[in-house]
Design a binder for this molecule. Structure first.
Ligand code: FES
Length: 299
């Protein structure tokens, strides 16, 4: 761990209901950060350390960007913190960086980001673009009013302005209020089918980050087409130390069941070797305890 120091919040804004973006002073992390990595954040002494994926960083300013959805006791309390207050400690960057390589000019790297999956997708997509790859970003939200980072002067729009045709952005909303009506799997299936028919760009790989059921759907959809699919499993992690065992991912390698840990072997793993039937229930492992903790604090 490269640092565990108090980190002051220098900017805060509400992105949508329950989702807050923090800019936090953490120069050591910003200096070493790589796409796909995460940090462990300690809100206050004696509190719980929670893993959060780096959504962005600014080496010059010495800051990192964290996007937090208030879902449990700690994340709800964190989202109440204000500019000038400090997290007791931030450790990182942790986790294996994303695998990024230069693909052929006639291919594209497809990202399917669901809701809060967009912040962790952003730096990985940017790195592919910097390397010269074509990128297709399919960003899904439940509804237009829950979308973020897509308006004027926002990160996705800025990326599109900078990279032009090198980046294709497709929006999907469950209720059809903006873009494609339905899930991210709709536009992805169209791409896979076109690809199979020899049309459009070759799909170099798919990266999926978002709700567990969405990642499974993307994985299941892409498997018969033989396109490599990587899922980022940040949301399963609890302490991110390799010791609690909460992030265990059952996978199958050469017909044999193997256990991987998202915080040690990931957070990115080949989605096609994951035993999703066994894995998905693990996301609800601590629901009862979390509810008890929230009830106790009246959250
Ligand atoms: Fe605890 Fe990985 S999050 S072992």
């Amino acid at each position: 761990e490269r640092c565990l120091t108090a980190s002051t919040i220098v900017a805060k804004r509400q992105l949508s209901d329950g989702i807050v973006e923090f800019t936090v002073r953490a120069p050591v992390v910003a200096d070493a950060a790589k796409a796909g990595q995460f940090v462990r954040v300690l809100m206050s002494d004696g509190g719980e350390l929670i893993p959060l994926t780096l959504a962005d960083w600014d080496t010059k300013a010495g800051t990192i960007c964290l996007v937090i959805q208030g879902m449990g006791t700690t994340s709800i309390l964190m989202n109440k913190m204000e500019v000038g207050e400090s997290f007791a400690g931030i450790a990182g960057p942790l986790g294996l960086p994303s695998h990024v390589e230069r693909y052929s000019d006639d291919s594209t790297v497809v990202f399917t980001a669901g809701g809060l999956g967009l912040p962790p997708v952003y730096p990985i997509a940017r790195e592919h673009l910097e390397l010269g790859n074509h990128v297709t970003l399919i960003a899904g939200f439940r509804s237009e009013n829950l979308m973020f980072w897509v308006g004027e002067g926002e990160r996705v729009t800025d990326l599109k302005a900078k990279y032009g045709d090198q980046l294709e952005v497709v929006y999907a909303t469950n209720d059809g209020t903006l873009g494609y009506k339905g899930f991210v799997t709709g536009p992805l299936e169209e791409m896979l089918e076109a690809n199979k028919a020899g049309k459009g760009r070759k799909l170099a790989e798919i990266v999926t980050i978002g709700p567990p059921f969405m990642m499974r759907a993307v994985s299941d959809l892409s498997k018969p087409y033989g396109v490599r699919c990587v899922a980022s499993l940040n949301s399963i992690m609890v302490d991110a130390t390799g010791m609690c065992g909460a992030c265990m991912v059952p996978v199958e390698i050469e017909g044999k069941p193997v256990r991987k840990h998202a915080c040690i072997d990931g957070p990115e793993l080949d989605s096609h070797i994951i035993d999703w039937d066994k894995f998905l229930p693990r996301f609800n492992l601590f629901k009862t305890q979390e509810k008890q903790s929230m009830d106790k604090r009246g959250l």
